[in-house]
Design a protein around this ligand. Structure first.
Ligand SMILES: Nc1ncnc2c1ncn2[C@@H]1O[C@H](COP(=O)(O)OP(=O)(O)O)[C@@H](O)[C@H]1O
Ligand SMILES: [Mg+2]
Length: 1062
């Protein structure tokens, strides 16, 4: 918050303290920072001074009025005296009541922006919200000064700016819409005001703890009922009559028996001779009222019943009576009677009887009733009394009905002190007419009381407070109107007491005897004069039937005519009886049969009024008041006319000058030490969070810390007084900033606490889980260890007892030994038959060992195995120690065939051979001449050996024709099939070479049964060529296998020596 001083535009004379009151500051308001500085106020806003406290010559009435005039000329109708708002009726619409204007004033301190009724409204509202203290706004001023308008503006402010509770949003509308209805029934055009309130209204608006309006309650005060039957010239009756006649739709009017004619048709409306007023649109108002009815919650029937009552009043006014030859009065207008009977739901004959006769209770002859006829005058007054009673009571019913609709539904909520109220008092203003009667007497008495309250609460109490608190103070003189209040209301001696006495007194009391009694009792009172008591000049001004009261607001002559009747406010018993029978729901509720039973005399009108005002004062005194003083600038309802005499008079009687003087000398703000300390203690480290010592010391410590200057404040006995609002505002601003830090601290602590608690919870949970898991794991490990120890123990025990017969002690060990031995065997099974290795058994298994060993051998010897082994035996017989590469072949088993049937052997060959094929192997055939090597397949069938070149069968050799087979003793793979030379087809022996020579030759020998025909040559093999010739293969040992044709035509084979001794 930045504070900036600007004295621009202020009168030079304004003291520096007061100047600083107009320092303005940036205020954060929803959605942004708004710069509200004195310099931003338009020049127009700065006309004159905004607060009379700033007036240099504050004791001068002329300066006061001049300031009012300068501002009024610029349409600046609002000015402050401290916290009191003074307003001058502009008599024209000003563009200062829009939503934007409302927003400007929300949450902003008084004095920060130009004076406005919204500032007043907001100030009270904030007090309700922040301090939860009930408030009231008292609006005073004479009739037509703008009180009712002001109260409406305030209500509008609340309904627009306050938040709403979701279930009470309708309350806003109802609060607003109650006004047009009440105004239609309770306001009328008078000479002073075209929309003059003819009843007093005190309205409570209830707010919940969040500041949302949640309900309302209205108390009404003394309606000017006489207006129903009579109006002064130039005045009207209540608006509703004219609105109904002007705008009610035809069918409605027909139902009510009314004609859409000039209101002049109705006797009760003709007295003032003023049916239409230019400033009033009855048509428009009717629309608003009918809409308002529905908002408030009237159903169609209720509205109809209500309008029936209104119509019945008009019909009553049009009733005429005649006098017959027996001097008896009777009804001459039968149609009116018929309508009345229908509208009020009563029997026509009963009504006409009740209107024209009086029922008397004669108690001493065993409670008899006697009927006596009334004369014409009595009949007319009975009729008027009935009309007034019906209308008056219906008005009260209306207020109750509105209260029902405004009532906050949630009783518990309301009573639990969660809500606060702002009371709005808009009561009839002080008024003076040419002829003033009982009503004016009551109205002015009421204003007298309110002035008294104002004095009590501002002037008197303020000064008394300074005295009580021992603050140095120079008393300001002011006129205390208590003397006038007493004059009116004092017991036994007051005007009301005397009036009541005259009303109750047996004998022929009249208005004149009342006047005489007044003269007798009150003669010599400074504020009471009559024609008789006055002298000279005054005597001329006071009529013979008048008494004059010197009110605080001026002199008023009251004509006593009608005082007694109006005070008695009597309605004949038989009329009441008829009304109790009414079929109209509203009338029925208004006239209760209990009234007939109750023999006590009801309170007189004046006493009732006095009591209700006393009740009002009790309500107001409990609340914190804000004041609005309305001033009427002229009597002509003209905009822009500032009639100085009139205004000076109002300034005087409203006590504004005294008000100003007291304020100037006084202090803007005071609070008990406790409250002050409670609110501002966060601003000083010594007082925060609690001050333990004396309150006074606490406050002075706080104030010192805040750097208050000595002239800015005083410490009383129980309260601190702060002279300038500025000081308080600065303190408030500091608090506002401090609140944020406090809030942050609180948030910090709370969040810390919350997070710590959460952390602790999680930590606890984690530890829990960990301990469980550790438990599980530990137990598991312990179990394992135990098992391991058991195992080891058993093992050792078993080891010790290993040689004992099987018993529980060595069982485990033996099993283990067996198991591991078997596993070792499994892993180390001999790879070949020749492999003699066999794991050595532990001693306990020696016996088993032989079994397993044999079994192992047996198991290895499957059928093919056996077959193959048989062949191996043959091979061994033939080659062992004979051929170099034999030992290599020993460990390898002979296979069934070296050529897979499908892939390697051609299909065609297979077809020719059929399934006869037993063994196939790839060989190399060497030509007999030249020794060229050619790849061939050698297939052995059951009876023949077949040489195959791909798909061709090259040669078949019957085993029978095979003479023998030769191989070398070297490691080569050569073998020669010797064939008989005789056969012409044979071209000689076959020279072949094969990688599996041992296997192939063995198989061939077995199949061809030529085991004994195998010869193993040492160095060369001779083989037969065609036609008896002979070929030779020479074998020599060498480094590697080589096959070459030598020069002598031999085939030389160099075979490596294999030095193995398998
Ligand atoms: N703030 C205002 N702005 C415009 N016109 C106003 C204002 N206050 C009062 N008036 C005019 O003055 C008339 C009388 O005001 P009203 O509030 O009825 O007076 P009161 O209730 O004091 O008798 C209103 O009908 C309206 O025309
Ligand atoms: Mg009013």
């Amino acid at each position: 918050v930045r504070l900036q001083t600007s004295s621009e535009g202020l009168p030079d004379s304004a003291s520096s303290d007061l100047t600083s009151m107009f320092m303005f500051k940036e205020v954060g308001v929803e959605g942004g920072v708004r710069l509200v500085m004195e310099s931003t106020l338009s020049a127009r806003d700065r006309v004159g001074v905004q607060d009379f406290l700033l007036l240099e010559n504050y004791t001068s009435e002329a300066a006061f009025i001049e300031n009012l005039r300068r501002r009024y000329k610029e349409n600046l109708i609002y000015t402050y005296i401290g916290s009191v708002l003074v307003s001058v009726n502009p008599y024209k619409e000003l563009e200062i009541y829009s939503k934007q204007h409302m927003e400007r004033y929300r949450g902003v301190n008084f004095y920060e922006i130009s004076p406005h009724i919204f500032a007043l409204a907001d100030n009270s509202y904030r007090a309700v919200r922040t301090e939860r203290r009930d408030q009231c706004i008292l609006i005073s001023g004479e009739s037509g000064a703008g009180k009712t308008e002001a109260s409406k503006k305030i209500l509008q402010y609340y309904t627009t700016m306050c938040p709403t509770r979701h279930n009470t949003h309708y309350i806003r509308e109802r609060l607003l819409q109650s006004n047009p209805v009440l105004e239609a029934f309770g306001n009328a055009k008078t000479l002073r005001n075209d929309n003059s309130s003819r009843f007093g209204k005190y309205m409570d608006v209830q707010f919940d703890y969040k500041g949302a309006p949640i309900g309302g309650h209205i108390i009404n005060y003394l309606l000017e009922k006489s207006r129903v039957v009579h109006q002064n010239h130039g005045e009207r009756s209540f608006h509703i009559f004219y609105q109904l006649l002007e705008s009610g739709d035809n069918s409605l009017l027909t139902r009510l028996g009314l004609q859409k004619t000039n209101p002049q048709h109705y006797h009760y409306l003709v007295k003032g001779n003023c049916p239409r007023v230019s400033s009033i649109s009855d048509k428009h108002s009717w629309k608003i009222v009918t809409k308002a009815f529905t908002v408030i919650g009237f159903n169609e029937e209720e509205v109809e019943e209500l309008l029936k009552v209104v119509a019945s009043v008009l019909h009553l006014g049009n009733m005429q009576f005649g006098v017959d030859e027996f001097e008896e009065t009777h009804v001459t207008t039968d149609t009116q009677l018929k309508y009345l009977a229908e509208l009020l739901g009563v029997a026509g004959s009963a009504l006409s009887e009740a209107l024209t006769h009086k029922k008397l209770h004669i108690l001493f002859v065993g409670e008899k009733t006697m009927i006596s006829p009334l004369n014409l005058d009595q009949v007319l007054s009975a009729r008027d009394a009935l009309a007034k009673a019906i209308y008056g009571r219906t008005f009260t019913w209306l207020v109750q009905k509105i209260n029902q609709s405004l009532a906050f539904q949630d009783e518990v909520y309301y009573t639990s002190k969660c809500s606060s109220v702002i009371g709005l008092l808009d009561i009839y203003g002080f008024e003076v007419f040419q002829q003033n009667s009982f009503e004016q007497f009551c109205i002015n008495y009421c204003n007298e009381k309110l002035q008294q309250l104002f004095i009590e609460l501002t002037l008197k109490s303020e000064q008394e407070e300074y005295e009580a608190e021992g603050i140095g103070w120079e008393t300001v003189e002011y006129f205390n109107n208590k003397i006038i209040c007493d004059l009116v209301e004092e017991k036994f001696r007051g005007i009301i007491a005397i009036l009541d006495e005259e009303c109750l007194r047996p004998g022929d009391a009249s208005d004149i005897t009342f006047l005489e009694k007044l003269e007798d009792t009150l003669g010599g009172h400074a504020h009471f004069v009559t024609h008789k008591l006055a002298n000279g000049k005054t005597r001329k001004a006071v009529g013979r039937e008048e008494f004059r009261l010197l009110h605080y607001a001026g002199e008023v002559n009251y004509n006593v005519t009608g005082f007694l009747d109006k005070n008695n406010d009597l309605l004949y018993r038989n009329l009441k009886e008829v009304m109790c029978q009414s079929g109209n729901q509203i009338v029925k509720q208004c006239f209760h049969p209990d009234e007939l039973i109750d023999q006590r005399r009801p309170e007189t009108a004046a006493t009732q009024f006095k009591l209700s005002l006393a009740g009002l004062m009790d309500i107001l005194i409990l609340k914190e008041p804000s004041y609005m003083r309305c001033i009427k600038p002229n009597n002509g309802k003209q905009p822009g006319q500032f009639e100085e005499v009139l205004i000076r008079h109002q300034v005087k009687y409203l006590g504004l000058m005294e008000n100003l003087r007291v304020r100037r000398a006084g202090f803007a703000y005071r609070r008990s030490f406790e409250a002050f300390l409670q609110r501002y203690k966060p601003l000083c480290p010594d007082t925060w969070p609690n001050w333990r010592g004396q309150l006074l010391d606490g406050v002075s410590t706080l104030v010192k810390h805040l750097n208050y200057k000595p002239e800015e404040y005083r410490l009383g006995r129980t309260k601190i007084f702060i002279r300038f609002p500025k000081t308080l505002f600065l303190t408030e601003d500091a608090l506002e900033i401090r609140k944020k830090t406090i809030a942050i601290t609180l948030q910090k602590c709370w969040r810390g606490y919350r997070e710590r608690a959460k952390y602790q919870r999680i930590r606890h949970a984690v530890i829990m889980i960990q301990s469980w898991w550790r438990g599980v794991k530990g137990r598991r490990r312990a179990r394992h260890r135990r098992q391991a120890a058991d195992t080891i123990r058993m093992f050792i025990k078993g080891f010790i007892l290993r040689n004992e017969p099987r018993c529980p002690g060595n069982e485990y060990f033996l099993d283990h030994v067996r198991f591991s031995y078997l596993m070792t065997i499994k892993r180390n099974l001999p790879k070949s038959v020749l492999d003699k290795a066999w794991p050595r058994p532990p001693p306990s298994l020696t016996e088993v060992e032989t079994h397993t060993h044999t079994n192992s051998h047996r198991n290895t010897h499957t059928h093919t195995h056996t077959h193959s082994l048989e062949q191996k035996v043959v091979a061994s017989d033939m080659f062992k120690g004979q051929k170099d590469n034999y030992p290599q072949s020993v460990p390898r088993l002979f296979v069934g065939t070296r050529l897979g049937n499908n892939e390697e052997i051609n299909l065609k060959v297979l077809q020719t051979l059929g399934s006869d094929n037993k063994y196939g192997v790839a060989v190399t055939k060497y030509d007999r001449h030249g020794y060229r090597a050619r790849p061939r397949q050698l297939l052995l069938t059951a009876s023949t050996a077949v040489l195959v070149q791909e798909s061709k069968v090259k040669q078949r050799i019957d085993y029978t024709s095979l003479l023998g087979v030769s191989v070398s003793c070297h490691s080569d793979g050569f073998f020669v099939l010797h064939l008989p030379p005789a056969t012409s087809k044979q071209k000689g022996d076959l020279v072949l070479q094969c990688d599996h020579v041992i296997e192939t030759v063995t198989k061939l020998a077995i199949m061809a049964e030529k085991i004994h025909n195998i010869n193993i040559s040492q160095d060369s093999i001779k083989f037969a060529l065609a036609r008896g010739k002979e070929g030779v293969i020479d074998f020599t040992p060498g480094a590697e296998l080589r096959v070459i044709k030598t020069k002598n035509g031999h085939l030389a084979v160099m075979a490596p020596r294999i030095s193995s001794s398998v």
